[in-house]
Design a protein around this ligand. Structure first.
Ligand SMILES: CC(C)(COP(=O)(O)OP(=O)(O)OC[C@H]1O[C@@H](n2cnc3c(N)ncnc32)[C@H](O)[C@@H]1OP(=O)(O)O)[C@@H](O)C(=O)NCCC(=O)NCCS
Length: 333
Protein backbone atom coordinates (compact mmCIF):
# COMPACT_ATOMS: atom_id res chain seq x y z
CA UNK A 1 0.00 0.00 0.00
CA UNK A 2 1.39 3.41 -0.90
CA UNK A 3 2.02 6.05 1.77
CA UNK A 4 -0.82 8.50 2.39
CA UNK A 5 0.41 12.07 2.56
CA UNK A 6 -1.41 15.33 2.99
CA UNK A 7 -0.61 17.89 0.35
CA UNK A 8 -1.02 21.61 -0.23
CA UNK A 9 -3.17 21.58 -3.38
CA UNK A 10 -3.26 25.35 -3.85
CA UNK A 11 -1.93 28.48 -2.21
CA UNK A 12 -2.78 32.18 -2.55
CA UNK A 13 -1.98 35.33 -0.61
CA UNK A 14 -3.02 38.92 -0.07
CA UNK A 15 -1.63 41.96 1.77
CA UNK A 16 -3.06 45.28 2.96
CA UNK A 17 -3.54 47.96 0.29
CA UNK A 18 -1.86 50.84 2.08
CA UNK A 19 1.95 50.91 1.69
CA UNK A 20 3.69 52.39 4.75
CA UNK A 21 7.40 53.14 4.30
CA UNK A 22 10.02 53.58 7.02
CA UNK A 23 10.08 57.29 6.21
CA UNK A 24 6.30 57.44 6.80
CA UNK A 25 6.83 56.00 10.29
CA UNK A 26 9.76 58.34 10.99
CA UNK A 27 7.33 61.26 10.62
CA UNK A 28 5.41 60.00 13.66
CA UNK A 29 7.95 58.26 15.92
CA UNK A 30 11.63 58.68 16.73
CA UNK A 31 13.11 56.25 14.21
CA UNK A 32 14.80 56.26 10.80
CA UNK A 33 14.89 54.27 7.58
CA UNK A 34 18.57 53.57 8.24
CA UNK A 35 17.94 52.09 11.74
CA UNK A 36 15.03 49.93 10.61
CA UNK A 37 16.79 48.57 7.50
CA UNK A 38 20.01 47.84 9.37
CA UNK A 39 18.37 46.09 12.34
CA UNK A 40 15.50 44.32 10.56
CA UNK A 41 15.82 44.43 6.76
CA UNK A 42 12.31 45.92 6.55
CA UNK A 43 11.80 48.79 4.06
CA UNK A 44 8.03 48.96 3.98
CA UNK A 45 4.92 47.15 5.20
CA UNK A 46 1.25 47.21 4.24
CA UNK A 47 -1.78 48.08 6.33
CA UNK A 48 -5.43 47.34 5.69
CA UNK A 49 -7.60 50.36 4.91
CA UNK A 50 -9.23 52.02 7.88
CA UNK A 51 -12.62 50.47 8.56
CA UNK A 52 -11.82 47.10 7.04
CA UNK A 53 -11.37 43.85 8.93
CA UNK A 54 -9.21 40.73 8.95
CA UNK A 55 -11.70 38.75 6.86
CA UNK A 56 -11.64 41.48 4.16
CA UNK A 57 -7.88 40.95 3.98
CA UNK A 58 -8.15 37.17 3.78
CA UNK A 59 -11.13 36.60 1.46
CA UNK A 60 -9.30 37.42 -1.84
CA UNK A 61 -6.67 34.79 -0.95
CA UNK A 62 -9.32 32.28 0.16
CA UNK A 63 -11.29 32.66 -3.07
CA UNK A 64 -8.17 32.36 -5.22
CA UNK A 65 -6.97 29.25 -3.37
CA UNK A 66 -10.39 27.61 -3.72
CA UNK A 67 -10.43 28.37 -7.46
CA UNK A 68 -6.89 27.09 -7.98
CA UNK A 69 -7.71 23.84 -6.17
CA UNK A 70 -10.97 23.56 -8.17
CA UNK A 71 -12.74 23.02 -4.86
CA UNK A 72 -16.35 24.06 -4.33
CA UNK A 73 -17.22 25.58 -0.93
CA UNK A 74 -19.62 22.74 -0.19
CA UNK A 75 -16.80 20.21 -0.72
CA UNK A 76 -14.78 21.52 2.23
CA UNK A 77 -14.81 19.29 5.31
CA UNK A 78 -12.89 21.60 7.61
CA UNK A 79 -11.77 25.22 7.83
CA UNK A 80 -8.88 26.01 10.16
CA UNK A 81 -7.75 29.59 10.65
CA UNK A 82 -4.71 30.70 12.61
CA UNK A 83 -5.07 34.33 13.58
CA UNK A 84 -4.95 36.75 16.48
CA UNK A 85 -6.95 39.43 14.71
CA UNK A 86 -10.21 37.80 13.59
CA UNK A 87 -13.21 40.14 13.18
CA UNK A 88 -14.97 38.70 16.26
CA UNK A 89 -14.17 36.12 18.92
CA UNK A 90 -17.50 34.40 18.31
CA UNK A 91 -18.21 33.40 15.57
CA UNK A 92 -14.57 32.48 15.23
CA UNK A 93 -12.42 33.73 12.37
CA UNK A 94 -12.97 30.35 10.71
CA UNK A 95 -16.74 30.58 11.19
CA UNK A 96 -16.81 33.97 9.47
CA UNK A 97 -14.70 32.67 6.55
CA UNK A 98 -17.15 29.77 6.32
CA UNK A 99 -20.10 32.17 6.19
CA UNK A 100 -18.49 34.47 3.62
CA UNK A 101 -17.52 31.51 1.45
CA UNK A 102 -20.83 29.66 1.85
CA UNK A 103 -18.99 26.49 2.91
CA UNK A 104 -21.96 24.96 4.68
CA UNK A 105 -21.28 21.54 6.14
CA UNK A 106 -17.64 22.14 7.06
CA UNK A 107 -16.35 22.16 10.63
CA UNK A 108 -14.62 25.45 11.40
CA UNK A 109 -12.36 26.67 14.19
CA UNK A 110 -9.67 29.22 14.87
CA UNK A 111 -6.46 28.26 16.58
CA UNK A 112 -4.41 30.91 18.25
CA UNK A 113 -0.69 30.42 17.90
CA UNK A 114 0.35 33.98 16.96
CA UNK A 115 2.91 33.98 14.11
CA UNK A 116 2.90 30.18 14.04
CA UNK A 117 -0.86 30.04 13.26
CA UNK A 118 -0.58 28.99 9.62
CA UNK A 119 1.88 26.15 10.26
CA UNK A 120 -0.09 25.02 13.30
CA UNK A 121 -3.11 24.89 10.96
CA UNK A 122 -1.18 22.95 8.29
CA UNK A 123 -0.06 20.48 10.98
CA UNK A 124 -3.62 19.95 12.26
CA UNK A 125 -4.90 19.54 8.68
CA UNK A 126 -2.10 17.05 7.98
CA UNK A 127 -3.21 14.83 10.86
CA UNK A 128 -6.90 14.96 9.87
CA UNK A 129 -6.11 14.19 6.23
CA UNK A 130 -3.81 11.30 7.02
CA UNK A 131 -6.69 9.75 8.99
CA UNK A 132 -9.06 10.30 6.08
CA UNK A 133 -7.36 11.20 2.76
CA UNK A 134 -10.71 12.08 1.17
CA UNK A 135 -10.94 15.20 3.34
CA UNK A 136 -10.55 18.71 1.92
CA UNK A 137 -9.29 21.25 4.44
CA UNK A 138 -8.96 25.01 3.99
CA UNK A 139 -6.13 26.45 6.09
CA UNK A 140 -6.04 30.24 6.45
CA UNK A 141 -3.16 32.11 8.09
CA UNK A 142 -2.74 35.84 8.36
CA UNK A 143 -3.02 38.84 10.60
CA UNK A 144 -3.95 42.48 10.43
CA UNK A 145 -1.23 43.28 12.96
CA UNK A 146 -1.75 47.03 12.44
CA UNK A 147 -4.95 46.61 14.50
CA UNK A 148 -2.98 45.42 17.56
CA UNK A 149 0.17 47.53 17.30
CA UNK A 150 0.86 50.51 19.52
CA UNK A 151 1.74 52.96 16.73
CA UNK A 152 3.69 55.14 19.18
CA UNK A 153 5.93 52.30 20.42
CA UNK A 154 8.97 52.35 18.15
CA UNK A 155 10.23 49.00 19.42
CA UNK A 156 7.26 47.20 17.81
CA UNK A 157 5.52 49.65 15.43
CA UNK A 158 8.24 49.39 12.79
CA UNK A 159 8.22 45.60 12.63
CA UNK A 160 4.73 44.54 11.64
CA UNK A 161 2.37 44.63 8.65
CA UNK A 162 -0.92 43.13 7.46
CA UNK A 163 -1.12 40.09 5.19
CA UNK A 164 -1.67 36.39 4.89
CA UNK A 165 -2.86 33.58 2.72
CA UNK A 166 -4.87 30.43 2.31
CA UNK A 167 -4.21 26.87 1.22
CA UNK A 168 -6.51 24.04 0.27
CA UNK A 169 -5.12 20.74 1.53
CA UNK A 170 -6.10 17.23 0.56
CA UNK A 171 -4.76 13.67 0.47
CA UNK A 172 -2.20 12.24 -1.91
CA UNK A 173 -2.46 8.48 -2.27
CA UNK A 174 -0.73 8.34 -5.66
CA UNK A 175 2.56 7.19 -4.20
CA UNK A 176 4.55 9.94 -5.98
CA UNK A 177 5.93 11.06 -2.59
CA UNK A 178 4.70 14.66 -2.79
CA UNK A 179 3.16 16.32 0.26
CA UNK A 180 3.99 16.92 3.91
CA UNK A 181 6.99 14.80 4.95
CA UNK A 182 6.98 15.94 8.58
CA UNK A 183 5.37 18.78 10.50
CA UNK A 184 5.92 19.55 14.16
CA UNK A 185 4.59 22.23 16.49
CA UNK A 186 6.04 23.46 19.79
CA UNK A 187 5.17 25.91 22.53
CA UNK A 188 6.68 27.41 25.64
CA UNK A 189 4.00 29.30 27.56
CA UNK A 190 6.43 29.88 30.43
CA UNK A 191 8.22 32.42 28.23
CA UNK A 192 4.98 34.26 27.40
CA UNK A 193 6.21 37.56 28.83
CA UNK A 194 8.74 37.87 26.02
CA UNK A 195 6.04 38.44 23.40
CA UNK A 196 2.41 38.82 24.36
CA UNK A 197 -0.79 40.76 23.73
CA UNK A 198 -1.64 43.13 26.55
CA UNK A 199 -5.04 43.01 28.20
CA UNK A 200 -6.65 45.33 30.74
CA UNK A 201 -8.29 42.50 32.69
CA UNK A 202 -5.26 42.15 34.96
CA UNK A 203 -4.27 38.64 33.90
CA UNK A 204 -0.98 40.01 32.57
CA UNK A 205 -0.28 41.28 36.11
CA UNK A 206 -1.22 37.86 37.55
CA UNK A 207 1.42 36.21 35.35
CA UNK A 208 4.02 38.89 36.07
CA UNK A 209 4.15 40.23 32.51
CA UNK A 210 3.28 43.72 33.73
CA UNK A 211 3.81 45.45 37.08
CA UNK A 212 0.66 46.64 38.92
CA UNK A 213 0.26 50.30 37.96
CA UNK A 214 2.35 49.94 34.77
CA UNK A 215 0.27 51.44 31.95
CA UNK A 216 0.30 49.63 28.62
CA UNK A 217 -2.22 50.27 25.81
CA UNK A 218 -4.97 47.63 25.71
CA UNK A 219 -4.59 44.74 23.23
CA UNK A 220 -1.21 45.71 21.81
CA UNK A 221 1.83 43.57 21.04
CA UNK A 222 4.45 43.78 23.81
CA UNK A 223 7.89 42.40 23.14
CA UNK A 224 11.38 41.98 24.59
CA UNK A 225 13.04 42.03 21.19
CA UNK A 226 16.53 40.98 22.20
CA UNK A 227 15.41 37.88 24.11
CA UNK A 228 12.95 36.91 21.37
CA UNK A 229 15.72 37.16 18.77
CA UNK A 230 17.92 34.60 20.54
CA UNK A 231 15.21 32.10 21.44
CA UNK A 232 13.69 32.32 17.95
CA UNK A 233 16.94 31.34 16.23
CA UNK A 234 17.70 28.53 18.65
CA UNK A 235 14.16 27.08 18.60
CA UNK A 236 13.76 27.14 14.83
CA UNK A 237 17.20 25.59 14.36
CA UNK A 238 16.49 22.72 16.75
CA UNK A 239 13.00 22.10 15.38
CA UNK A 240 14.28 22.14 11.77
CA UNK A 241 16.86 19.48 12.60
CA UNK A 242 14.18 17.32 14.29
CA UNK A 243 11.84 17.55 11.32
CA UNK A 244 14.66 16.80 8.85
CA UNK A 245 15.62 13.78 10.98
CA UNK A 246 11.99 12.58 10.91
CA UNK A 247 12.18 12.49 7.12
CA UNK A 248 15.74 11.11 7.03
CA UNK A 249 16.96 14.21 5.17
CA UNK A 250 20.02 16.41 5.61
CA UNK A 251 20.73 20.04 4.72
CA UNK A 252 21.95 18.96 1.25
CA UNK A 253 18.44 17.66 0.50
CA UNK A 254 16.69 20.98 1.18
CA UNK A 255 15.97 22.81 -2.10
CA UNK A 256 14.23 25.88 -0.68
CA UNK A 257 13.72 27.41 2.77
CA UNK A 258 10.60 29.52 3.29
CA UNK A 259 11.28 31.01 6.73
CA UNK A 260 9.15 33.18 8.98
CA UNK A 261 9.74 36.75 7.83
CA UNK A 262 10.32 38.71 11.03
CA UNK A 263 13.84 40.03 10.68
CA UNK A 264 16.52 39.48 8.02
CA UNK A 265 19.15 38.99 10.75
CA UNK A 266 17.16 36.13 12.31
CA UNK A 267 16.77 34.53 8.87
CA UNK A 268 20.49 34.83 8.01
CA UNK A 269 21.60 33.49 11.40
CA UNK A 270 19.22 30.53 11.10
CA UNK A 271 20.34 29.76 7.53
CA UNK A 272 23.97 29.84 8.57
CA UNK A 273 23.36 27.57 11.58
CA UNK A 274 21.51 25.10 9.34
CA UNK A 275 24.27 25.31 6.73
CA UNK A 276 21.91 26.41 3.95
CA UNK A 277 23.13 29.18 1.64
CA UNK A 278 21.00 32.29 1.25
CA UNK A 279 20.32 31.65 -2.47
CA UNK A 280 18.01 28.87 -1.33
CA UNK A 281 16.16 31.07 1.18
CA UNK A 282 13.14 33.13 0.09
CA UNK A 283 12.98 36.68 1.48
CA UNK A 284 10.18 39.25 1.32
CA UNK A 285 10.42 40.80 4.80
CA UNK A 286 11.75 43.95 3.11
CA UNK A 287 8.35 44.57 1.46
CA UNK A 288 5.86 43.23 4.02
CA UNK A 289 7.54 43.29 7.44
CA UNK A 290 6.30 40.68 9.89
CA UNK A 291 2.70 39.76 9.04
CA UNK A 292 2.54 37.26 11.93
CA UNK A 293 0.76 34.10 10.78
CA UNK A 294 0.72 35.55 7.26
CA UNK A 295 4.46 35.32 6.58
CA UNK A 296 4.64 31.69 5.45
CA UNK A 297 1.68 31.70 3.03
CA UNK A 298 2.75 35.10 1.62
CA UNK A 299 6.31 33.92 1.04
CA UNK A 300 5.34 30.46 -0.24
CA UNK A 301 2.88 31.94 -2.74
CA UNK A 302 5.47 34.40 -4.07
CA UNK A 303 8.24 31.78 -4.21
CA UNK A 304 5.94 29.43 -6.15
CA UNK A 305 4.81 32.21 -8.51
CA UNK A 306 8.43 33.21 -9.21
CA UNK A 307 9.42 29.61 -9.97
CA UNK A 308 11.71 29.29 -6.94
CA UNK A 309 9.55 26.49 -5.55
CA UNK A 310 9.03 23.86 -8.24
CA UNK A 311 7.20 20.54 -8.42
CA UNK A 312 9.16 17.90 -6.52
CA UNK A 313 11.27 20.42 -4.52
CA UNK A 314 11.91 19.73 -0.86
CA UNK A 315 10.81 22.81 1.08
CA UNK A 316 11.58 23.60 4.73
CA UNK A 317 9.31 26.12 6.49
CA UNK A 318 10.36 27.20 10.02
CA UNK A 319 8.26 29.69 11.98
CA UNK A 320 8.39 31.37 15.39
CA UNK A 321 5.87 33.51 17.24
CA UNK A 322 4.45 35.03 20.37
CA UNK A 323 3.17 33.01 23.26
CA UNK A 324 5.78 31.53 22.62
CA UNK A 325 5.04 29.15 19.77
CA UNK A 326 7.04 27.70 16.92
CA UNK A 327 6.90 24.97 14.32
CA UNK A 328 8.45 23.55 11.19
CA UNK A 329 6.86 21.92 8.17
CA UNK A 330 8.93 19.95 5.67
CA UNK A 331 7.24 19.06 2.40
CA UNK A 332 7.85 17.82 -1.10
CA UNK A 333 6.06 20.33 -3.37
C1 LIG B 1 13.40 44.47 17.75
C2 LIG B 1 14.83 44.43 17.27
C3 LIG B 1 14.90 44.81 15.80
C4 LIG B 1 15.66 45.43 18.06
O1 LIG B 1 16.99 45.37 17.65
P1 LIG B 1 18.15 45.31 18.71
O2 LIG B 1 19.41 45.29 17.95
O3 LIG B 1 17.86 44.15 19.61
O4 LIG B 1 17.98 46.68 19.44
P2 LIG B 1 17.70 46.97 20.98
O5 LIG B 1 16.33 46.54 21.37
O6 LIG B 1 18.85 46.44 21.78
O7 LIG B 1 17.74 48.54 20.98
C5 LIG B 1 18.93 49.24 20.63
C6 LIG B 1 18.62 50.72 20.70
O8 LIG B 1 17.75 51.09 19.59
C7 LIG B 1 16.62 51.78 20.09
N1 LIG B 1 15.48 51.49 19.23
C8 LIG B 1 14.53 50.53 19.39
N2 LIG B 1 13.64 50.59 18.37
C9 LIG B 1 14.05 51.59 17.58
C10 LIG B 1 13.55 52.13 16.38
N3 LIG B 1 12.45 51.67 15.78
N4 LIG B 1 14.22 53.17 15.82
C11 LIG B 1 15.32 53.67 16.39
N5 LIG B 1 15.85 53.19 17.53
C12 LIG B 1 15.21 52.17 18.11
C13 LIG B 1 16.44 51.27 21.50
O9 LIG B 1 15.71 52.20 22.26
C14 LIG B 1 17.87 51.15 21.96
O10 LIG B 1 18.34 52.42 22.32
P3 LIG B 1 19.33 52.61 23.57
O11 LIG B 1 20.56 51.83 23.21
O12 LIG B 1 19.53 54.08 23.60
O13 LIG B 1 18.59 52.04 24.74
C15 LIG B 1 15.46 43.03 17.46
O14 LIG B 1 15.66 42.76 18.84
C16 LIG B 1 14.60 41.95 16.90
O15 LIG B 1 14.37 41.89 15.71
N6 LIG B 1 14.11 41.03 17.73
C17 LIG B 1 13.24 39.99 17.31
C18 LIG B 1 11.89 40.56 17.18
C19 LIG B 1 10.99 39.72 16.36
O16 LIG B 1 11.30 39.37 15.26
N7 LIG B 1 9.83 39.40 16.92
C20 LIG B 1 8.85 38.68 16.28
C21 LIG B 1 9.15 37.24 16.31
S1 LIG B 1 7.75 36.42 15.79
Amino acid sequence: MSIVRSQILSIAANAGEEVVTNDDLAKVIDTSDEWIVKRTGIRERRYIKEGSYWSDLMMPAVEKAMEEAKTKPEDLDLIVTGTLTGDLDMPSAAGLIQARLGAMGAGAFNLQAACSGFLYGVTVADRFIRCDPRMKVLVVGGDAVSLITDKMDRSTAVLFGDGGGAAVMGGNTSGDGRGILSSRIYSSGEHGAMLYLSDDNGADIKYGYREPGEKIPHRTVQMRGNEVFKIAVHSMERASLEVMADAGLGKENIDVVIPHQANIRIIKTLASRLGVDMERVYINVDRFGNTSSGTIPLALTEARDKGMVKRGDTVLMPVFGGGLTWGVTLMRW
